[in-house]
Design a binder for this molecule. Structure first.
Ligand code: IDP
Ligand code: MG
Length: 149
């Protein structure tokens, strides 16, 4: 099983999409093993998006992600990184396919509703930035035998 990091960004929270996003994650068959609401500080935002620190949109991105509360999650499942990226859709909601979160709920690359880790390495890094080990809950979920062969 893999774990990935998912975050409902400030626009997703303000637009009342928290339930919708969580619902899609649950219905797909993924297991939520950690979740919290927080208001990200500037330093954490810069660290989270460090790979983009030289990009022209970096400061706007930091301003966006610190503009209101977010909902952060750790999500577990078989190939969870890839599965969640597929659920989330392309970075630019203009190009994201209908049926994906960004395709169904976004209009602008700078307001694309959710974040999801892009690799197992990013997932491990991002999970440890946002959660301590004791905030991640291990449990078995009923019906797993109907999800996995
Ligand atoms: P991702 O979120 O799909 O992994 P990244 O390329 O890692 O996409 O970019 C991180 C975030 O930075 C995007 O989700 C989006 O909010 C923002 N972003 C990416 N490219 C642009 C851009 O060209 N203009 C403005 N914001 C951008
Ligand atoms: Mg990314």
């Amino acid at each position: 099983m893999e774990r990935t990091f998912v975050m409902i960004k400030p626009d997703g929270v303000q637009r009342g999409l928290v339930g919708e996003v969580i619902s899609r994650i649950e219905k797909k068959g993924l297991k939520i093993v950690a979740m919290k609401m927080l208001w990200i500080e500037e330093d954490l935002a810069r660290e989270h998006y460090t790979e983009h620190s030289e990009k022209p949109f970096f400061q706007a991105l930091v301003d966006y992600i610190t503009s209101g509360p977010v909902v952060a999650m750790v999500v577990e499942g078989k190939e969870a990184v890839k599965v969640v990226r597929t659920l989330v859709g392309a970075t630019n909601p203009v190009e994201a396919l209908p049926g994906t979160i960004r395709g169904d709920f976004g209009m602008d690359i700078g307001r694309n509703v959710v974040h999801a880790s892009d690799s197992l390495e990013s997932a491990e890094r991002e999970i440890s930035l946002f959660f301590s080990a004791d905030e991640i809950v291990e449990y078995s979920k009923s019906g797993e035998e109907w999800l996995y062969e």
